[in-house]
Design a protein around this ligand. Structure first.
Ligand code: AMP
Ligand code: MG
Length: 279
């Protein structure tokens, strides 16, 4: 396809500034109407690739979604991953740690949710909360916070060495878009469960969160576990970009259907004999 979504990848060792990255994806010169059929095709391709991944049972995929409140994590899950076969694709959501989780190291609950062979797992929030909400609210000391980046990189290295492919998406929205999304939730009674007074307290910390997101992608985008910064003001662009990056990535994974030991020609004869009995 003509669009080069690979440029959304943060190259390992390169430092990006979020304030320099457009949240509206203007440079892509793509309309909603042009995007719709491409997204549809991507979803069909993803379904095929997922089935092969499941059948192969050798590799797995971990998708990490992080964003500010209202950034579109839930919508991405619904539109890009919702159509996949739930036998081989699941979502793990990370909330405020329970008392038992808080009594363990921060990766304990995360490691338990990583994908098994053949599986795609989508993290709705993740171990990265440790360098986001925990850092912004000083829930740990600065010294401890500093150690987390290396610990996360080492953890992801371990997963990658066990045939888990890691793709991480930061959904990048503007402050205006966040306010609009909060309004949409206030205006729609079906979305009231999604809005809280606390969302406005977090919004007041916008700059601290952006600094934390920036460090997160700069310190933890690695060749075997890259971060992509997805312009996410337009939901259709966000879904298109993520689906395209996934399709392109999975097509390069060399996923192999397993060879069967069964003699298919012999099975075909059994079938034909059965048909004769019935006729
Ligand atoms: P939501 O995703 O809107 O359901 O909210 C989940 C909440 O859990 C968010 O406010 C996160 O910041 C919070 N959360 C997730 N992980 C952690 C963590 N490790 N420590 C503290 N809060 C967390
Ligand atoms: Mg929320």
């Amino acid at each position: 396809m003509a669009q080069d979504f690979d440029k959304l990848k943060v190259k390992s060792g390169k430092e990006i500034k979020l304030s320099n990255i457009d949240t509206e994806a203007k440079e892509f010169k793509l309309s909603k109407e042009e995007a719709a059929p491409i997204l549809e095709k991507n979803i069909e391709k993803l379904k095929e690739l997922q089935e092969k991944l499941y059948a192969e049972h050798k590799q797995s995929i971990l998708v990490v979604l992080q964003a500010i409140d209202g950034g579109g994590k839930d919508g991405t899950i619904e539109h890009v991953f919702g159509p996949l076969n739930s036998a081989g694709c699941r979502v793990a959501s990370f909330k405020v740690p329970t008392p038992i989780e808080a009594d363990h190291d921060f990766l304990w609950r995360v490691h338990a949710q990583t994908p098994a062979k053949g599986e795609i797992v989508v993290f709705n929030r993740s171990h990265y909360e440790q360098v986001l909400v925990v850092r912004v609210h000083d829930l740990e000391t600065k010294e401890i916070n500093k150690t987390r980046y290396d610990q996360i990189n080492d953890f992801e290295k371990l997963l990658a060495s066990n045939n888990t492919h890691i793709l991480k998406f930061f959904l990048h929205i503007s402050k205006d878009t966040q306010l609009q999304r909060f309004k949409d939730r206030i205006d729609d009674p079906l979305k009231h469960w999604k809005v809280a007074a606390g969302d406005f307290k977090e919004r007041a910390l916008w700059d601290d969160y952006m600094a934390a997101f920036e460090d997160m992608v700069n310190k933890c985008s690695k060749e075997n576990a890259p971060w992509f910064v997805i312009p996410a003001d337009k939901k259709w662009f966000r879904d298109l970009a993520i689906s395209q990056i996934l399709v392109d990535y999975m097509e390069g994974m060399n996923i192999q259907l397993p060879q069967t030991d069964e003699d298919i020609e012999a099975i075909k004869k059994l079938y034909e004999a059965e048909c004769k009995v019935l006729s």
